[in-house]
Design a protein around this ligand. Structure first.
Ligand SMILES: NC(=O)c1ccc[n+]([C@@H]2O[C@H](COP(=O)([O-])OP(=O)(O)OC[C@H]3O[C@@H](n4cnc5c(N)ncnc54)[C@H](OP(=O)(O)O)[C@@H]3O)[C@@H](O)[C@H]2O)c1
Length: 328
């Protein structure tokens, strides 16, 4: 029987709630500690999710000898410092997406993790779902031939005030880093590389972050991707991958779909059911546990080189808009 994996959580916000709930469904996982910037919030969170220890400080939590790995669930602007804090204190890390604000920060963390011999992965949870596993298998068997074009959109209308992290420049807000990263990351997974040319336009909102983006990618062999993301408009949230022999539709909600539709030539479309239970974090959590048990310091499915490359793509896009975060 594999050793117990003892988890800690930094940041008791919205996504941490969902993660903590799901953690208990993965055999061999224990929630050893949770940390908030406020002791009261940590205590409440710990009580709700049966965590063994609650800390009112991240710096204290990372010294807890019981914890093997921290899940970093803070806003984008805090990822770099929080992950560094964990690694410097000998803890492995699963960090929410995007791994950092930019590629330079991600590269520094990758070097630190390697030097410390510690596991680090970006929490691109959707990669571990049955639909994405199936998609990778279909590509491997060249069912539709090499992918030639990918169109995808992911938009959510946020009815929140301007200080919410989505619109907050100081917290690394904006559509690209929050939602756009999903189609950008899926494109990276499908083509297995980053675009050579990028043309990106965006509507900038009153708080100075991108709120409605359109991205056009050209790859080295002429493949293209056309991606759209928005935090002011709900949109179709689906994707279509086309190859010489046919198409694969990724049905809504694209980033955690349960349905793929394959159409080969003029044949009838085939529906592939890729159902799963719960929120879906359990697949990512299980993968991280498997990596830890195998003594790996990186995931083969979401490797750090790819996370860095995706950040480089998003850096290029932001450069075209002149969008910089404080401190960059
Ligand atoms: N995988 C997914 O499906 C998914 C969905 C939503 C969000 N996310 C990602 O998860 C991360 C957190 O998003 P969220 O929606 O959970 O955000 P949230 O509800 O605002 O929670 C973030 C938490 O981070 C902590 N924090 C640390 N430094 C902070 C600062 N300077 N300002 C504000 N809060 C700070 C706070 O916890 P304490 O007060 O307890 O310290 C806060 O509650 C982001 O990286 C986001 O992209 C992923």
């Amino acid at each position: 029987m594999p050793k117990l994996v003892k988890w800690g959580i930094l940041g008791c916000g919205g996504i941490a709630e969902k993660f903590a709930r799901e953690l208990h469904s993965v055999p061999g996982c224990q929630l050893a500690a949770v940390a908030s910037r406020s002791q009261g919030k940590a205590d409440d969170f710990a009580a709700r999710h049966k965590a063994q220890q609650a800390y009112g400080s991240y710096a204290q939590a990372v010294q807890d000898p019981r914890v093997t790995i921290f899940y970093v669930a803070s806003p984008h602007s805090a990822h770099y410092d929080n992950v560094k804090l964990c690694l410097e204190n000998g803890k492995a890390v699963l960090c929410e997406k995007p791994i950092t604000l930019n590629a330079a920060q991600a590269s520094r963390l990758a070097i630190l993790a390697k030097n410390k011999g510690l596991f680090l992965m970006e929490g691109m949870w959707t990669r571990f779902l049955p639909s994405m596993i199936k998609l990778r298998a279909l590509l491997k068997e060249k069912l539709i031939g090499p992918p030639l074009s990918f169109s995808a959109c992911f938009g959510v209308k946020f009815n929140t005030g301007p200080s919410h992290r989505i619109f907050n420049l100081a917290l690394g807000g904006g559509a690209l880093l929050d939602l756009g990263i999903y189609p950008v990351s899926i494109a990276s997974m499908l083509f297995g590389k980053q675009p050579q040319e990028i043309q990106a336009v965006a509507q900038m909102g009153p708080t100075g972050v991108d709120i409605n983006d359109s991205l056009s990618f050209l790859y080295d062999r002429g493949e293209t991707a056309s991606l759209h993301t928005s935090v002011i408009a709900q949109n179709c949230n689906q994707g279509v991958l086309a190859g010489e022999k046919g198409t694969i539709k990724i049905r809504p909600p694209m980033h955690h779909t349960k349905k793929l539709i394959v159409t080969l030539g003029d044949d009838q479309p085939i529906l592939l059911d890729c159902d799963y239970q719960g929120h879906g974090f359990n697949y990512e959590i299980q993968h991280v546990c498997d990596c830890l048990h195998a003594g790996k310091i990186q995931s083969d499915i979401m490797p750090l080189d790819e996370s860095i490359a995706i950040m480089q793509t998003m850096d290029t896009i932001r450069q075209q808009w002149g969008l910089r975060y404080p401190g960059e």
